[in-house]
Design a protein around this ligand. Structure first.
Ligand SMILES: *[C@@H]1O[C@H](CO)[C@@H](O)[C@H](O)[C@H]1NC(C)=O
Ligand SMILES: *[C@@H]1O[C@H](CO)[C@@H](O)[C@H](O)[C@H]1NC(C)=O
Ligand SMILES: *[C@@H]1O[C@H](CO)[C@@H](O)[C@H](O)[C@H]1NC(C)=O
Length: 951
């Protein structure tokens, strides 16, 4: 076979050699060597670099030769030009040999090379392809990093592993696992593939928890060593990414180590399907080791041409099976298509008028004197043009629509998800780059808008290793068989939450019951043992307990552990199973209603101001009314009584005196409104005082506590201390640690004056227990933090997630409440409905009303004064002529005042047509003197004022 291809190649060479020799003899170093000036060449050399003695290599050789034959016999492609393929055996995993082999192939002036088989070789010879500008078309080197800009002449004619790894990440995410173990051959293919898997998992918030690399082609012993490490890890989801030849061996060793049992998940990359396809029909032996494994196969849609190719394949392989069968794998199909892609590209290349030419690389040519003869390899001058034509190919091949996207990947990459069952395989769904996992063939999805929503991701039922259909949990407790060491705070006080049962290694209490109920809800057994933490003298610090998880002393912590910021930085917490914010407790006095309770609604100030206003309004109404209204007349003593009686009877809206003047009614109206409000406020306040039990405490909540200077108690070892200092800003010197509830009780009873504490700050859950037997204290103010208690686990612990779900379930079905009531319901002394003393109503709430009322009085008085003045100047001088010569101001004022008194009487008596025996009313000497002295008159003038009339 090798000989034959050499002969084919020489056909071209014979025509080339004379020209080459001529050029060399002329001493021209790098002149263009033109193959054929006039027309399209009769043949084009392509190389095939593969390991033909591997099963994949055998398939590829058959497929490529069949394709070349089909292309050459099809006049519609490449016309009369024939493809000539030179085969070159590739030594896998031997980089240096591969380089030599590639150079040998390129010395035959190939325009493109199909191959190599492995990604490792591809990395090496891509450098040569770059240098000589010969496109390298590979369908089996699937390492995603080969698509990098570093290798512009590497062209992949199958799907990149980037998509396969995305598919695996989607699978892991679909089944709800968070961590996987990567087992791979430590070469470019394995390492870069797993690197991509790590990236894709990270995008889905999953990760590779353990990487287990192996020597490529590792022996059974080496594989065993690695797999034993894998078995010790926490995760049970294993992704296997190796080569076709060697991967099944890993699975065989795994089977022998018992790692194909219930609980394990194996996801194998497409090496396994390739193996199964080549070996088909499968024997019982072939599938025995891999029951329940999930694997992927590059998806090739069903089509007429594919069916044609499958039947053609049977004819091709008849008699060619050396050892074993040659089933058709996807590599065979992609190999066949690759030749067609190249033919189409060359067709376009020639149709565009391009020619094939080679020239010396000046640097390599400079080495010609050496024994290496590297000058024999030449640069393909039009390599870039050919590469461009390849990327522009748009054809329908056996593998479906063949076209490149702008980033150099084939369009619509998709995989079949295969589950190995019995002696065969079962397709459980598809993965496509377009819409993820589905049970519908991808080509049917391309017509719909892409939908990657999780509701749309579907697969059929999987039969897992161990023959179960139940989805494996995906992880186990590490260090098989060892019990989880669960730290439990050794509480001294409030042992209802957690306490050790004397003489046993058992624990009881609210927190323990919640934990046990939650663990019971898990679908798997959790082996654990409780270990007490603390010195037994005082309550241990829960922060320290959580810190010991990070130190590896405990595997978890269960107890009354408040979820605080500091602690969540160290460990993962479950959902809180009880809410517990901080509250302030202070001693309270019960104020029983006493004989003087009726006075309590108003503050003394309020009482005083109210009383003053009653008198004031009475006086104002009297001033406004008494000239017109008989009710307000009479002897001064009677008038005084009337004023008092009138004003206080308004309190009950029971005043009998009529108001006749507009101003008087105005003032009274406003006043009655004020009285209405004061009345109802008083009633409401008094009702609440008399009917609700009152507690009184000088501390009203955390605010009044912050502002005071008195000592505050807290539970020793609790996070309260840090919280009060850092968040609330309470001075450290004010904080007093309390060891036991008894100590707290004593300190609270003593009070701050006698060296005790003014208040005690702790979590509500403890306080409820504390108060259940202590009636002299009460929670004052609001809960000022919102915390909860949870169980602590190491970071990323899957058990924390499952327990959270279990706790929510407990909360929803009411069990959590029942456990709470069992341990913590002691409301004997929690005086329900009792509340802290209501504040007395003070002036602040009413001054607006009083202001309005006061203003109304002043306004009314001013208007009254103004009206009277006007009347005086209109009528006064005529009717009451003062004695002549006595025109001084004082006498005028006197006259005016008497006018005020008399004029109205006259008017009134006239209007009422009723005789009133009237005794002239004079201003008192005191009033008179004060007025005159105010006005600056001499004291002597007061002598001239008439003495007050006797009544
Ligand atoms: C590629 O070929 C398909 C038919 O096979 C055609 O519908 C499509 O337009 C072609 N694309 C380009 C860019 O020529
Ligand atoms: C694969 O899907 C991503 C986004 O869903 C898209 O950006 C990318 O172009 C697709 N690649 C191919 C080759 O279709
Ligand atoms: C995606 O599929 C789900 C379930 O099939 C459907 O509920 C949802 O509406 C779809 N979303 C879009 C954008 O089509």
């Amino acid at each position: 076979m090798f000989q034959k291809s050499q002969i084919l190649v020489t056909a071209t060479m014979i025509r080339v050699w004379p020209v080459v020799l001529m050029v060399l003899f002329n001493g021209v170093s790098s002149t263009e060597v033109v193959l054929d000036n006039s027309t399209i060449p009769a043949s084009v050399n392509i190389g095939l670099l593969y390991s033909f003695n591997t099963s994949v290599g055998r398939i590829v050789k058959v497929a490529v030769e069949a394709a070349v034959e089909d292309v050459n016999s099809d006049p519609s492609i490449l016309g009369k030009t024939k493809l000539k393929v030179s085969l070159q055996e590739d030594s896998k995993y031997r980089g240096f040999l591969s380089i030599a082999e590639a150079l040998q192939l390129m010395a035959t002036q190939t325009v493109a090379i199909i191959g190599p088989q492995t990604s490792t070789t591809a990395h090496v010879i891509s450098h040569i392809a770059n240098e000589l500008q010969v496109p390298l078309l590979s369908f089996s080197a699937t390492d995603p990093t080969l698509s990098s800009l570093q290798f512009p002449f590497f062209i992949r004619t199958a799907f990149s592993d980037k998509f396969q790894m995305t598919a695996i990440a989607d699978l892991v995410n679909y089944f709800g696992w968070r961590e996987v173990i990567a087992v791979y051959g430590d070469d470019d293919h394995g390492r870069n593939g797993m690197g991509t898997l790590g990236d894709k998992l990270a995008e889905r918030r999953c990760k590779i928890s353990f990487k287990a690399p192996m020597t490529p082609e590792a022996t059974s012993e080496e594989i065993t060593d690695v797999l034993v490490q894998v078995a010790l890890a926490e995760s049970r989801v294993i992704v296997l990414h190796t080569s076709t030849a060697w991967g099944p061996k890993v699975l065989r060793v795994a089977k022998s180590l018992g790692m194909m049992e219930n609980g394990y998940v194996w996801i194998a990359t497409n090496f396994l399907t390739t193996r199964l396809d080549i070996d088909s029909p499968l024997s019982q032996d072939a599938t025995d080791d891999i029951q329940g494994v999930i694997t992927l196969r590059m998806y090739i849609p069903d089509s007429k041409i594919k069916r044609w190719f499958v039947s053609k394949w049977k004819n091709l392989t008849v008699g060619k099976t050396v050892n074993g069968s040659l089933g058709l794998s996807t590599y065979g199909i992609f190999a066949y298509d690759t030749v067609y892609v190249l033919a189409h590209a060359l067709d376009t290349f020639f149709k565009q008028g391009n020619q094939i030419s080679f020239s010396h690389d000046p640097k390599l040519f400079a080495l010609r004197g050496d024994n290496m003869h590297l000058d024999a390899v030449k640069i393909f001058n039009e390599g870039k043009l050919l590469r461009k034509s390849i990327y522009e190919v748009n054809m329908t091949g056996v593998s479906g629509h063949f076209k490149y996207t702008s980033d150099g990947n084939l369009v619509n990459p998709a995989y079949e998800v295969i589950n190995v069952i019995g002696t065969g395989t079962r397709r459980i769904g598809y993965w496509s780059n377009y819409s993820g996992l589905s049970v519908i063939p991808p080509e049917e999805l391309y017509s719909k808008p892409p939908n990657r929503s999780s509701a749309n991701q579907k697969l059929l039922t999987v039969l897992w290793p161990g023959g179960t259909v139940q989805r494996p949990r995906g992880w186990v407790f590490p260090n098989n068989g060892r019990m989880l060491k669960i730290g439990v705070p050794g509480r001294v006080s409030y042992r209802e939450f957690v306490s050790h049962v004397q003489g046993t290694d058992m624990y009881k209490g609210f927190c323990i019951d919640v934990f046990l109920s939650a663990v019971n809800l898990l679908s798997y057994a959790v082996p654990y043992k409780f270990i007490s933490y603390g010195d037994g003298q005082s309550n241990p610090s829960n922060t320290e307990l959580v810190r010991l998880i990070t130190a590896g002393v405990f595997d978890a912590a269960v107890g009354d552990i408040t979820i605080t910021t500091e602690r969540t930085k160290m460990a993962d917490f479950t959902q809180p199973y009880i809410e517990s914010g901080l509250v302030v407790v202070a001693s309270v006095k019960k104020t029983d209603s006493n004989a003087w309770a009726f006075l309590t609604p108003f503050t003394p100030m309020m009482w005083t101001v109210t009383a003053i206003f009653f008198l004031l309004v009475g006086a104002v109404v009297w001033i406004l009314e008494h000239r017109l209204n008989d009710d307000f007349r009479g002897p001064p003593k009677k008038q005084m009584v009337t004023i008092l009686w009138f004003s206080f009877s308004t309190m009950f809206f029971a005043h009998r005196e009529n108001t006749v003047s507009t101003l008087g009614r105005f003032v009274l109206l406003i006043w009655l409104f004020v009285v209405l409000i004061i009345n109802s406020s008083y009633t409401a306040s008094l009702t609440s005082i008399l009917t609700v039990q009152q507690l009184s405490s000088p501390i009203k909540g955390i605010e009044s506590l912050t502002n005071s200077k008195e000592p505050i108690g807290y539970l020793q070892g609790s996070f309260t201390r840090t919280y009060l200092i850092e968040e609330i800003g309470i001075d450290e010197s004010r904080l007093v640690p309390m060891k036991t509830p008894q100590e707290t009780t004593k300190a609270l009873e003593k009070g701050p004056q006698k060296g005790g504490i003014a208040a005690y700050v702790d979590e509500r859950a403890y306080i409820e227990l504390f108060l259940s037997s202590r009636c002299d204290f009460s929670i004052v103010g609001q809960e000022f933090t919102r915390n909860g208690w949870g169980f602590a686990f190491p970071r990323d612990s899957p058990l924390a997630v499952d327990l959270s779900t279990a706790i929510l379930e407990l909360a929803e079905n009411g069990d959590l409440q029942r456990i709470h009531d069992k341990w913590l319901l002691r409301s004997a002394c929690l005086s329900q409905g009792a509340k802290l003393e209501v504040d007395r109503l003070n002036l602040k709430s009413f001054w607006g009303l009083y202001l309005v009322c006061g203003l109304a009085c002043v306004l009314a008085l001013l208007i009254y004064l103004f009206q009277t003045m006007r009347q005086y100047y209109k009528h006064g001088p005529e009717e009451l002529e003062p004695p002549s010569g006595q025109g001084s101001s004082s006498s005028r004022l006197r006259t005016f005042l008497s006018f005020v008194d008399e004029k109205e009487d006259i008017v009134k008596s006239r209007s009422k047509r009723r005789h009133i025996e009237r005794i002239p009313y004079r201003i008192t000497s005191e009033v008179g003197s004060s007025i005159t002295s105010n006005k600056g008159y001499s004291q002597s003038s007061s002598n001239r004022i008439d003495p007050p009339n006797e009544v």
